[in-house]
Write a protein that binds this ligand. Structure first.
Ligand code: SUG
Length: 467
């Protein structure tokens, strides 16, 4: 007789890692193709309000019963980057000179863009990978200088967030070249019947990185440059050891990119077997949806794809870009098994076409039964809606137990972080303030204290400098 008792089935959960807004949150117009960023360039920002809005969104989801985690802000101003660009002297000299000689570089080195954690990495869960490990690849964010500055910290953070032996493999980011430009989970959707079951992964790209006949034949946007490359998507699928039959690569529509749809998550969101998308999301949208449906149907249990298609008549591309409806989070409704909720930007409530689209979604034959509007307007003014602010991961309970414990949100932790924001963040920031050495000092003091709160001391460069 065997004494071995059956292992209890491991439960998998979706957990959202939200990026905390940093103390230097500002509007610098650094992201061409992102119309919100361009429109609000050089306007006054409100860092304290921005951070509190992000925390309120986390609390909202946590109160619904969903697992939630936090990612700390990047070290900004990035003095080291400024030094590498030839600004010398004391930190104060570096900031003053950069502010005087190149305000644009200074604002790039001050950007709080790390808050948009959907761009931090691409994540694949263990049930999809042939080594039964979860895989995380930090994005190289190669398309924009201010975003590329985020990569090293994200790599260090991910390595320190996931403990040894947690069967979570953190890869190095892809080589930092335009041919492999990668913007992380913002261009990635996983569909499945249940989180712990194998799923299908959609990788969206805007352009080819390496010349080829296929690349030459592909359409490209005329107004803006596409960010993610097909080669990057393919590399991620290989690194994450995904079954090629359960992966789909889709080219974003150049027309959509030219209308301000710079990431897939501004035009499509998926959750479990539900896909909410715009009819012009891809070069040819119907074959993409059909391909996903077929691949889903080939999984054990033949899950059926539930599609929620939004037509251009109902919500034209420019209205999708201005309202950010597709950048909603689609989540389980924990109190209502089988139902889903849409966590949508507050801006959609006021937007006539977007609010009509929401009403149609709720009335449709699909699991989405409820909408929760959240105010993340400070982030949205830079083109970051609710879904941009989170990196979601599907992890087993054992894997979740091995995450650095203080990154997991609790009521007490969020209250502590709110008090920390209250103590350290400025109410208001003007573009000229970025050169103020006092802002840099305040930021360092704030992050030093936060690293103690989150028990990640040593993660910041300023904590590692021996001089
Ligand atoms: O990369 N904005 C970010 C917004 C990222 C949104 N993320 C997702 N869709 N997942 C970007 O365009 C603007 C910064 C400035 O202009 O100050 C900025 O970087």
């Amino acid at each position: 007789m065997s004494s071995q008792s059956a292992e209890p089935a491991t439960e998998f959960h979706e957990i959202n890692f939200d990026g905390l807004v940093g103390p230097t949150h500002n509007y610098a117009g650094l992201a061409p193709g992102n119309l919100h960023s361009t429109a609000n360039a050089k306007s006054v920002s409100y860092p304290k309000r921005a951070a509190l809005q992000g925390i309120a969104k986390m609390r909202r989801l946590m109160d619904m019963g969903l697992p939630q985690a936090v990612l700390p802000p990047q070290e900004r101003p990035d003095i080291l980057a400024l030094r590498r660009l030839g600004f010398t002297g004391t930190d104060e000299d570096v900031l003053k000179r950069a502010g005087h000689e190149s305000p644009a570089l200074l604002s790039a080195c001050c950007s709080a863009s790390g808050m948009w954690s959907a761009n931090a990495a691409t994540f694949s869960p263990a049930p999809d990978s042939d080594d039964a490990c979860a895989h995380i690849t930090p994005a190289n964010l190669n398309s924009l200088f201010h975003r590329q500055l985020e990569v090293e910290f994200v790599e260090r953070l991910m390595w320190s967030a996931f403990g040894e032996g947690s069967a979570v493999r953190v890869h190095a980011s892809l080589p930092g070249n335009a041919a492999l430009a990668d913007e992380g989970a913002a261009n990635h959707v996983r569909l499945c019947a249940d989180h712990g079951e194998p799923g299908v992964q959609l990788f969206a790209f805007g352009r080819f990185g390496i010349p080829s006949a296929e690349a030459a034949a592909a359409p490209s946007p005329s107004r803006f440059t596409a960010r993610q490359t097909r080669e990057a998507c393919e590399a991620l699928a290989r690194l994450h050891r995904l079954d090629p039959d359960r992966v789909f690569f889709a080219q974003q529509s150049p027309r959509a990119i030219d209308a301000g749809i710079f990431h897939n998550d501004v035009i499509c969101v998926g959750h479990r077997n539900v896909l909410l998308y715009h009819e012009h999301a891809y070069v040819e949208t119907q074959p993409v949806v059909d391909g996903l449906r077929q691949r889903l149907a080939s999984l054990p249990g033949s899950p059926e794809l539930i599609e929620i298609r939004i037509s251009d008549d109902d919500l034209p591309l420019d209205a999708a870009a201005s309202s950010y409806l597709f950048n909603s989070q689609l989540i389980d409704d924990p109190g209502n098994t089988g139902s889903m909720r849409l966590v949508a930007p507050e801006a959609c409530r006021e937007h006539p076409q977007a609010s009509a689209a929401v009403r149609r979604i709720l009335a449709g034959d699909n699991p989405v039964d409820r909408v929760d509007f959240v105010d993340v307007s400070q982030s949205l003014r830079n083109g970051g809606g609710p879904a941009c602010l989170r990196l979601r991961m599907v992890l087993s309970e054992t894997q979740i137990d091995r995450i650095r414990p203080r990154l997991i949100a609790t009521d007490d932790l969020l209250a502590e972080i709110e008090r920390w924001v209250g103590r350290h963040y400025r109410d208001e920031l003007h573009p000229a303030d970025l050169a103020d050495p006092a802002l840099a000092r305040e930021s360092i003091a704030a992050l030093d204290e936060l690293s103690a709160i989150l028990d990640i001391r040593g993660v910041y460069f300023f904590q590692r400098r021996s001089d």
